[in-house]
Design a protein around this ligand. Structure first.
Ligand SMILES: [Zn+2]
Length: 128
């Protein structure tokens, strides 16, 4: 079994489970009781409710749940490995870019295309 998604609460997890089962993909939820009983510890322990699917169904389940895994473009997900473990970096011209970003923030004027990039901590991909 492989973790496909971590949900914040049981409601969300149930929706995900129902959607997968609609497509004939078996899944089960872990940490369900723990998070229901002790919701206050969710964030502290970073547990949530994990939705598990079998390795064989993983790719298909990912496609079905892509809107959950990557709900909107604001949430950056590594295109190579799907990791959310990303780091905001400024590339090579670090000093220059930091000053430019700070100045443009202060002035509320976008300066050039010095948008910081994300880097994946899992596969080191650079994400535009
Ligand atoms: Zn990655």
């Amino acid at each position: 079994m492989k973790k496909i998604l971590t949900c914040e609460n049981l409601t969300e997890a149930s929706i995900v489970k129902a959607r997968l089962e609609n497509y004939g993909i078996a899944c089960y939820l872990t940490n369900q009781h723990f998070t229901t009983l002790l919701p206050i510890y969710n964030n502290m322990l970073g547990s949530g409710i994990q939705v598990m699917v079998s390795e064989n169904d993983y790719q298909e389940a990912r496609k079905l749940l892509i809107d959950k895994i990557a709900p909107h473009t604001q949430e950056v997900v590594c295109p190579q490995c799907g990791s959310k473990n990303l780091q905001l970096g400024l590339g090579n011209q670090k000093g220059l870019k930091i000053w430019t970003v700070l100045l443009s923030l202060l002035a509320f004027i976008p300066m050039g295309n010095l948008k910081p990039k994300y880097y994946c901590n899992d596969c080191n991909a650079e994400i535009e």
